[in-house]
Every structure is written in C-alpha cells, then in structure tokens.
Design a protein around this ligand. Structure first.
Ligand SMILES: Cc1cc2nc3c(=O)[nH]c(=O)nc-3n(C[C@H](O)[C@H](O)[C@H](O)COP(=O)(O)O)c2cc1C
Length: 202
C-alpha cells in the first residue's frame, strides 16, 4: 500500500521557488490574487508607511497596456530597436497577468526612503513566494521606461509614487524549482569577534 505524499513544509516551498516567464493560463482569479497580494502586505514596514501598491493588469486590458509600454519606451529612446519593442509588446499583451509594483514613498517621513523601498521589495518577494505556494509562477522584470510622464499619467501615479518593476504572473508551463543555487556556506559567516570573510568573495 502506498502512503500519501507528504505535504511540503513552508520552508520546502520557499526552498523550491524559482522564477519563470514561461507562463500560461490560468492566472489567479479575483479571490486568489487578493489573497496572494495580501502576503505582500506582510512585509516589514518601518513606521507603518504602508508603501505597497499593486496594479493588476489582466484580460482585455493587456493589449492597451502593452501599447502604453511601447509609447513609454519610444519616449525614453526614440531609437530603441524594433526587436526590443516587439518583445515587450508581446510579453505585456500575452502574459496571463502583470502586476505593476508601485512604491508609494513618503520623502517627508523620518524613515529613510531606502527603507520604504526595501519594504516594497520585501513585499514583492512575499508575493512571488505566495504565487509559488499556490501553484502559480512569477517573474520580476524591470521598468526602465516607467519614469516617462506619458506612462506615469497612464497609470495615475502621483509625484511620490515610483515603480519597482513588474511581476509577470500565470501558471508555469513546466515545473520550476530545479534550478541550481549557490552553497549557503559560501554566503554566510559566524561572527567570532573578528572581521568576517565570505567564501563567495575569495
Ligand atoms: C528588481 C528586479 C528586476 C529584474 N529585472 C529583470 C529583467 O528586466 N529581465 C530579466 O530577465 N530578469 C530580471 N530580473 C531577474 C529575474 O526576475 C529573476 O530573478 C532571474 O531570472 C533569476 O531567477 P530566480 O529568481 O529563479 O533566481 C529582475 C530581478 C529583480 C529583483
């Protein structure tokens, strides 16, 4: 008699996450994405700034959003290669879901802006882990064109809001998690009263 497979622990889930941009349907539904993004709001947040904002782009709004991306790319660099435009247009219109990671920063706060940005990064990582835990996949990409006024206006960003990138979201087309990682012993050190050295830096 075969025994039921063991449920992976929370740590097993964290240790098996990997990014993938080979993503198909389904994307998380309304309830699922609300729960997954709630994991983002579990990020540490010095001073209760609450700097996380998530814009969900899905379904029929993807194509129009992709055109805003192209418009911003051209505003940033009119000479941008056609190949780069085609790739981004395709990804933003075909990924099952995209989440724009907005950093709602408070420059007046005594909490350094860098800490506020780190909180948004920590939130994004929680979202990637939550996606993985729920059987979905994600891939964090940069938003080098996002400072363009046309793009900021299209998203309704205020003066103190900036993007930390985008998460592409969907169901992995093949299993993830097998990618090789460095050995932790090269990246950790135990302090023994002397300056530390990391194997990774030798
Ligand atoms: C802020 C940020 C921006 C990133 N931007 C890109 C990007 O534009 N293109 C890309 O190929 N990877 C980008 N990456 C890396 C991928 O999201 C991913 O981490 C990488 O492919 C390694 O996969 P792993 O997460 O399984 O280690 C970015 C990562 C971070 C944290």
């Amino acid at each position: 008699m075969s025994s039921a497979p063991e449920t992976p622990s929370a740590l097993d889930v964290l240790l098996s996450r990997a990014s993938t941009d080979q993503l198909g349907l389904p994307a998380p539904d309304k309830g699922q994405i609300a729960r997954i993004l709630s994991a983002g709001l579990r990020a540490p947040d010095h001073g209760k700034i609450r700097p996380w904002r998530y814009i969900v782009i899905k379904g029929k709004n993807r194509a129009g959003f992709a055109e805003k991306v192209v418009e911003a790319m051209l505003a940033a660099d009119p000479e941008v290669p056609e190949k780069k435009i085609a790739k981004r247009r395709q990804r933003f219109s075909e990924m099952p879901m995209t989440i724009a990671l907005v950093m709602a920063l408070n420059p007046q706060s005594k909490i350094p802006v860098a800490e506020q940005e780190l909180s948004v990064g920590a939130g994004a990582m929680n979202v990637l882990n939550a996606l993985h835990a729920e059987g979905f996949g994600g891939f964090w990409v940069s938003s080098d064109f996002a400072e363009q006024a046309c793009f900021r206006d299209a998203l309704g960003l205020t003066e103190t809001q900036r993007l930390a990138g985008f998460l592409f979201v969907g169901t992995p087309e093949k299993p993830v998690g097998g990618s090789k990682r460095p050995d932790i012993q090269d990246y950790m050190a135990v302090y023994k009263g002397e300056p530390v050295k990391f194997e990774a830096d030798q």
